[in-house]
Design a binder for this molecule. Structure first.
Ligand code: HEM
Length: 565
């Protein structure tokens, strides 16, 4: 342990409490004494200027103290933190913590407003669970990327991960470890950077089908977009052709996603705050949450198992129905009798639907709405498309480099809509960062919405302006945080290349073929639907009306012909 500098002295006061006076901080702190001797050190050191200077020596002493504090008492850690973080957190109430200050929706907006008051790293706790919210890109990179060896697991989610079993059968909820690495390796062999291009012909084919649906029933654009992503992912993953949104596979998978969203809804389940409740037997009269969890577990298992078995049967019959899963099943090195192999494959396959559909659909729904609000963006994009693509063909994914404005629309769409507004990671070890003690098992949340709307990075962040990414003579381009929108470190979205290609081809081809205009009210006036998202771990949009019309008969004909190619 480091010696106290001369300028600092301690005096012992009755009942074991200790007073620490430092010349530097001009601060006198009395902390509970005899029960938590180590905490006193933690409190003092963490405020010591050596740490705020980033002094390694000080930091290592603090780390050492933290380790001792943990060894001495599990209870000690949050207490230590509370002492430290008075200036970095809203005022808690005893036991419940900050539960009374949490909003019902749009958590990330509240976190961003806290960041303005308490700084970019905010701590709060709710019934003993520690939350650290980072609203600063550098800090997020420091912890989730540079220290990703320790920050790549997910926080404990009793209802979702344990009772509903998503911790076992969903890549998104899996703890960091060998199983997750195996599942991610499978996913990378399907959509990784080096292989993703092989899926482009199918992505384009499903894009053309969506364009045709838009021609036939433009008012249903909301459903066409969702169905396109759902049917595309089913085809690529399982080789299954789903015929409509009422297809039983789609219905099952939607139910899986609905129940998963309910299972992770913040504040909904008491067992998340009091894990002991998870031990209550499900037959007890008021244990309906346990019965709901059991029912959900079965439905979800069926949603995961059914398409997997359909593909396996088709492979066993020798049917020619190529898919990512069939490719893996046919891989000579894959032996389903080895424990865990089957589970890894179905987890990887189900993860594609879980993680791909809602994210991409929300981005596209937001795109339609933003085009209604921004005819000037639409016209500029169409001028670029007409100049580069012309009138004789539809855009293809390979046009990306020659359509920089469309690319900027994709970037701005991801920034503006922040489809995944918050990314929760957790640390497997106690840690110290910038003088902050981060207890093991904390929720370390990257406030992506806050970062993508940070006024220090973006001028007028609440507005949709694709031009912000253009380097202009009198105004340099603003930061392109597309990668950040897909998460961090070892948990970063493995579908990024696939997702970006799919968004690009949809946006380019829709703007090439269609005009998107506001619907009119009875008096012929434009109806501009409000730009509002529904809060969730993945944001969604309520349906809204707009008018989608082909720009010319020739463009419409190109769409019809494209399906015969
Ligand atoms: C607009 C499109 C998308 C966005 C904005 C998006 C964003 C994200 C984000 C923020 C994460 C969490 C990363 C983290 O924890 O640090 C994530 C995870 C994930 N995404 Fe995406 N994603 C998109 C599309 C896709 C697509 C198309 C796929 C599959 C083809 C996909 C597959 C996954 C998977 C499997 C995970 C879980 C990774 C893990 O927990 O280890 N995503 N995504």
């Amino acid at each position: 342990m480091r010696e106290l500098p001369d300028t600092e002295k301690r005096e012992h006061v009755p009942h074991g409490a200790t007073t620490i006076t430092t010349n530097n901080s001009k601060e006198k702190t009395v902390v509970a004494g005899s029960a938590f001797p180590v905490l006193i050190e933690v409190r003092w050191l963490s405020d010591h200027p050596s740490l705020s200077r980033g002094d390694d020596d000080g930091a290592s002493v603090l780390r050492h103290c933290c380790a001792i504090s943990c060894a001495s008492s599990r209870f000690a850690r949050p207490v230590a933190w509370v002492f430290r973080s008075r200036r970095s957190s809203p005022k808690p109430i005893p036991f419940a913590g900050n539960v009374h200050q949490l909003p019902k929706t749009d958590f990330f907006k509240t976190y961003s407003s806290w960041a303005k008051v308490y700084g970019p790293i905010v701590y709060f706790y709710v019934f003993g669970r520690n939350f650290i919210v980072l609203t600063d890109l550098d800090m997020v990179h420091d912890l989730l990327s540079k220290r990703s060896a320790h920050y790549s697991t997910r926080p404990r989610m009793v209802m979702a991960a344990e009772l509903v079993n998503r911790g076992q059968n969903s890549v998104v909820f899996q703890k960091y470890g060998q199983r997750l690495r195996d599942v991610r390796r499978i996913i990378n062999s399907w959509v990784g950077k080096n292989v993703v291009e092989s899926s482009f012909p199918t992505v384009t084919q499903f894009n053309r089908k969506m364009l045709r649906s838009l021609l036939e029933s433009p008012a249903d654009f909301h459903a066409h977009v969702k169905f396109k992503f759902g049917s595309l992912v089913f085809k690529l993953t399982y080789g299954i052709d789903v015929q409509s949104i009422y297809d039983p596979y789609i219905a099952l998978t939607e139910e899986m996603n609905r129940r998963t969203s309910m299972a992770i809804a913040p504040g909904r389940w008491l067992c998340d705050s009091f894990p002991i409740l998870a031990k209550i037997p499900s037959w007890m009269p008021w244990a309906h949450f346990r019965r709901w969890a059991n029912e959900s577990r079965e439905i979800i298992q069926e949603a995961i198992r059914a398409p997997f078995e359909a593909t396996r049967t088709s492979v066993l019959r020798g049917e020619d129905s190529p898919s990512w899963l069939a490719k893996s099943l046919l891989d000579a090195e894959v032996d389903l009798s080895v424990p865990g192999v089957r589970e890894d494959l179905w987890t990887a396959a189900a993860g594609m639907y879980n993680a791909a559909i809602d994210t991409s659909s929300t981005a596209m729904h937001a795109f339609f709405l933003l085009m209604v609000h921004h005819p000037e963006v639409q016209e500029k994009a169409q001028r670029e498309l007409d100049a580069v693509i012309g009138n004789d063909r539809l855009p293809i994914i390979e046009d990306r480099d020659s359509l920089p404005y469309i690319d900027n629309i994709v970037k701005e769409l991801l920034r503006f809509s922040a489809v995944v507004p918050m990314v929760p990671h957790s640390n497997e070890e106690d840690d110290v960062y910038n003088g902050f003690f981060i207890p093991k098992g904390s929720w370390v949340i990257a406030n992506l919405w806050g970062i993508l709307h940070d006024p220090r990075l973006y001028r007028d962040p609440e507005n949709f302006i694709p031009e912000r990414f253009e380097d202009m003579k009198d105004y340099p381009a603003e930061p392109d945080l597309t990668l950040a929108a897909f998460g961090f470190g070892r948990r970063a979205c493995p579908g990024i290349h696939f997702g970006l290609a799919a968004l690009f081809i949809d946006i380019a081809s829709i703007l090439s073929v269609f005009d998107i205009r506001p619907a009119k009210d009875g008096n012929g006036r434009d109806i501009l639907p409000p730009i509002e998202f529904i809060d969730g771990n993945i944001r969604t949009m309520l349906p809204f009306d707009c008018v989608v019309t082909p720009r010319s008969e020739k463009k419409a004909e190109l769409v019809r012909q494209s399906l015969n190619e």
